[in-house]
Design a protein around this ligand. Sequence first.
Ligand SMILES: [Ca+2]
Ligand SMILES: [Ca+2]
Length: 316
Amino acid sequence: MSFLRVLRAVSAWRSPQAAVVRVVLLIAVTPCLAQADMLIRSHDAKRHDRFYVGDDRDFIGQSFDWSGIGKTSSGRWATMISPSYFLSATHYAPGAGNQVTFYPGNDAADAQVYTVEGGQAIVVGGVATDLWLGRLTTSLRPEDSITYYPILLQGATASYLGMELFNYGKPDRVGRNVLDDIAEAEDENGRRGLSMIYDYDNQDVPDVGGDETYLQTFDSGGPSFTVWNGALALLGIHWFIDDNPPEGLRYSGDTFVPHYVADISSRMSDESPTLVPEPATLALWSAAALLTAACGAVRRYRRTRQPSRRVARGTC
Ligand SMILES: [Ca+2]
Ligand SMILES: [Ca+2]
C-alpha cells in the first residue's frame, strides 16, 4: 500500500510550475513507517532536549515556558490556549477520555495528568480543517503551574513571513526554523486550510544553524511558536511534510492558527483565546477580520493558477 499521502495542493509554493505539492501526513498509515524523532539538523541532546539531565545542559528553550504542551500515552498532542481548551491536529487528535500529561517545568519526573472531555475539528464553510479544538474535563489547576499560550495576531499575513519559529516535536525536543510561506493546502481526506510552511534547507534568514527542524511521523498536532515580548506565542499546529518536492527542498507545514482565531473563539463557549499584541476590546475582531481578509486575498491569488492532480506512489 502506498503510504505517500497525496495532497492536492491549492497553492503554488515558490514556483508557478509547482502548482501541485505532495505532502505526507505526519501520522503513519502503515506499520512499517519508522517513528523517528523530530529531525534537528545538528541535534545535540544537551541543547535541544527539554528533559536532558546533565551539568552541561544548554537547552535553547530554557528561558521559555513549555508547560502548556501535553501529550497522551499514545503520543497525541494538546497545546493549551485557555484554562480548559487546547489545540491539536484533526487527523491525530486525542480521544474523549484520553489522559494528557503536562510537565510544569523541564523535569520529566514532575508530571500532571488531565483528562480530555472531547473536541471537534474546526470547520470553515462546511470544510473541515486539520485544526482540532479540544477541551479538558477540568480547567488547569493553578497549583500545577501549567500555562496556556497566546496566539500572535497581526494585521497582515505577509508580516509573519521570516519569523523565527520554535518547533516542538517528539520526544519533547525543541528546534528552530523560519516561516517561509503561508499557503492553502488540502489533504487526501479533504481537509483544507491555511498552512504555514518552513523548509529544511540550511540557508535560512535569520540563520537558525544546526537547530533547523524537519517534522516526522507522529509530530502531528504539536505546536510551533514564535517569541513575542520574550514569551512564546502560538503560530502553528503541525500538519504535514513534503519529503520529495519538485524543488528538492523538503519542508514541513502547520495549520496557520492566527487565521482561525474567530473560528476557534466561537467554539469556546465560556472561555476565549488570548491574543498578542493585546488588542483593545473593540479592535480585537476587526484585527481578526483584517487577517481573514488578507488570507482570503492570498487564496484568491493562488487559485488563479491551474492546480492539477498528480499521483505519487511510495513504496512501503
Ligand atoms: Ca528552513
Ligand atoms: Ca530556507
